[in-house]
Ligand binder design. Structure first.
Ligand code: HSE
Length: 399
């Protein structure tokens, strides 16, 4: 099978490396050799062992020998146009591009179905962790009731380095960038946008209907303070950025937010670049997926696996249920009930029922956890006794 790689950055070059180093093994697994015929990138790579670099995308599009294309360009321009044309030309596409899948997945999957080819995107969520295939294959016997995931390697790395190793936000972010975890513009990581795209993809697959990431309430890492982390530890929690989706009647809730996670949860101990995705099925119960969620080779590994899958399904479209959704399908997140950790100013008298927690070194303040409430109910609670007159210094959902 002759293929092309579009984009030879961190992930694309990782795919090239695996395809070259594991050429014979992959040929055995796929049932045929997978040969890289072209690599599309505007840059030059004089030291690369490959000598098939091109700068004109049309060469790939118009070459009938190319059956599958790796899209590791990132972003939607020109990746959307390129991918659409390739699919319409009957070429399979494998991508790690979560932005593109989250935005145009419905249309691109529909074209793949019509053309009886495949648009596969295992690498778009959780880096090297198999989560897409389990959702569309292994877990189809279950109705998925909810998913909670630590889905961004960069922010999990930063949080771990800040909380456990006392590093500054800047130093930890620089390290994540050096290690190839962060997006080109790390704002997408830090502000939760990357997690948002990933939970949108998981929710669209889990319930078979498109969830638009543009409407998912999203908060990033900048909402978490060192004091929150100290309270979390003292109260038996880890503090993480999570993506969550929950089935709610005929619709879904979805959200990205900082979260207090009980130390008893399998998600609590997931540190550094690792991602963890906890899926709740109605028959199976909880199932947990864990592994490296970012980085060159982990992400490339998932793309190569998709490529092998393409080789095995040359003339078959692997059915992926991801339909258009009706208006209102994504439910109003403000109504979803959560327990909250609250960091409160002043003295803790009157807060006995909330088992207020005080920490040495943090004078004239304390923390409590309140039982599940909607956003409107929380607002009311904070206006009433004993909260009225106290300033809320921090507020994080308990998940
Ligand atoms: N920037 C992403 C992360 C890369 O840190 O998780 C993997 O999608």
């Amino acid at each position: 099978m002759k293929i092309a790689i579009m984009g030879f950055g961190t992930v694309g070059s990782g795919v090239g490396e695996i395809l070259m180093n594991s050429f014979d093994n992959l040929a055995k697994k796929a049932g045929e050799k997978i040969e890289v015929k072209y690599i599309l990138d505007l840059r030059d790579f004089p030291d690369s062992p490959y000598d098939c670099f091109i700068k004109d995308y049309n060469i790939i599009l118009n070459d009938p020998e190319i059956e599958a294309v790796i899209e590791a360009m990132g972003g939607t321009v020109p990746a959307y146009e390129f991918t659409k044309k390739l699919l319409l030309a009957g070429k399979h596409v494998v991508t790690s591009n979560k932005e593109l899948v989250a935005r145009h997945g419905t249309e691109l999957l529909q074209i793949a179905a019509e053309k009886n080819i495949n648009y596969l995107f295992e690498a778009s969520v959780g880096g090297g962790i198999p989560i897409i295939k389990p959702l569309i294959n292994s877990l189809t016997g279950d109705d998925i009731t909810g998913i909670v995931g630590i889905l961004n390697g960069t922010t999990n790395y930063i949080l771990t380095q800040m909380i456990k190793n006392g590093k500054t936000f800047r130093a930890a972010l620089s390290e994540a960038q050096e290690k190839g975890y962060a997006e080109k513009d790390p704002t997408a990581d830090v502000e939760g946008i990357d997690t948002c795209r990933k939970i949108a993809i998981l929710a669209s697959l889990a319930y078979g209907k498109y969830v638009d990431s543009n409407f998912i309430p999203t908060e990033g890492i900048t909402k978490i303070t060192p004091e929150d982390a100290k309270y979390a530890q003292a109260m038996g929690y880890s503090v993480k950025i999570v993506g969550q989706c929950v089935k709610d009647g005929n619709g879904v809730y979805a959200r990205v937010c900082p979260a207090f996670i009980s130390s008893e949860s399998p998600l609590a101990g997931i540190d550094d670049v690792f991602n963890g995705i906890l899926v709740q099925g109605d028959s199976l119960g909880d199932v947990m997926f864990y592994g490296k969620g970012a980085g060159k080779l982990p992400t490339a590994s998932a793309m190569v696996a998709d490529l092998v899958d393409v080789a095995k399904h040359r003339n078959t479209h692997i059915r992926i249920l991801w339909a258009e959704s009706e208006e209102g399908y994504l439910h109003d997140g403000s109504k979803q009930k959560y327990s909250y950790y609250l960091r409160v100013s002043g003295a803790a008298e009157g807060f006995e029922e909330y088992a207020a927690k005080k920490l040495p070194g943090l004078e004239n303040e304390f923390a409590v956890i309140v039982p599940p409430v909607s956003e409107a109910e929380l607002e009311e609670l904070l206006k009433s006794s004993p909260f009225d007159g106290h300033e809320i210094l921090g507020k994080i959902r308990v998940i």
